[in-house]
Ligand binder design. Structure first.
Ligand code: PRP
Ligand code: ADE
Length: 177
């Protein structure tokens, strides 16, 4: 049996050239998540990084951020709060528009999803240009929470998305390309 380490996890992420548009090198995380030993390793390594920080809520970004985000909430005894694409959340929402590597979109959160007592870990599967996480941080800041951390499973270093994230917000990713 192969011993799981970060190199094995990195190698399990499939690259799809020219998806969803020409010129994009799409990192397909489904090939990592489908393997039980890899999924467990990814969840445990990430949860270990955030233990004992008093995190009360994981804020996961639709849709790929829901996959590890909910597993992290379970592991860290935190609640899970979804950030959703427009028109999906049923109650009153805050809205924030942003630019993607391949288009523009808007994100929403329920206005009662967080409280000022919360310590929040924002999770998404991947950091590309940083537009999505920037909009998510702006949304979470509307609640006046105590502290915000940001985590990605995969960071595309060559797109320099982390340079766009406010330096007050600690960012950590398991895998870098
Ligand atoms: O750093 P950025 O340039 O903003 O890009 C990163 C975002 O793009 C992808 O989501 P996508 O909008 O493709 O949606 P999905 O998770 O529903 O597939 C990915 O899951 C991140 O949320
Ligand atoms: N290159 C990429 N691969 C996977 N997901 C993405 N989201 C934005 N850019 C992406």
């Amino acid at each position: 049996m192969t011993k799981i380490n970060l190199d094995v996890v990195q190698a399990s992420i499939r690259n799809i050239p020219d998806f969803p548009k020409p010129g994009i090198q799409f990192k397909d995380v489904t090939t990592a998540f489908k393997e039980p030993e890899l999924f467990r390793f990814i969840v445990e390594e990430t949860a270990a990084h955030y233990r004992n920080l008093g995190i009360t809520r994981i804020v996961g970004v639709e849709s790929r951020g829901f996959i590890l985000g909910s597993a992290l909430a379970y592991e860290l005894d935190a609640g899970f709060v979804p950030v959703r694409k427009p028109g999906k959340l049923p109650a009153e929402t805050y809205k924030q528009s942003y630019e993607l590597e391949y288009g523009t979109d808007t994100l929403e959160m329920h206005t009662d999803a967080l409280s000022p007592d919360d310590v929040v870990l924002i999770h998404d599967d991947l950091l590309a240009t940083g537009g999505t996480v920037g909009a998510t941080i702006d949304l979470v800041r509307k609640f006046g929470v105590k502290k915000i951390f940001v985590n990605f499973f995969v960071e595309l270093d060559f797109l320099k998305g982390s340079e766009k994230i406010d330096k007050q917000v600690p960012v950590w990713s398991l895998i870098h390309f």
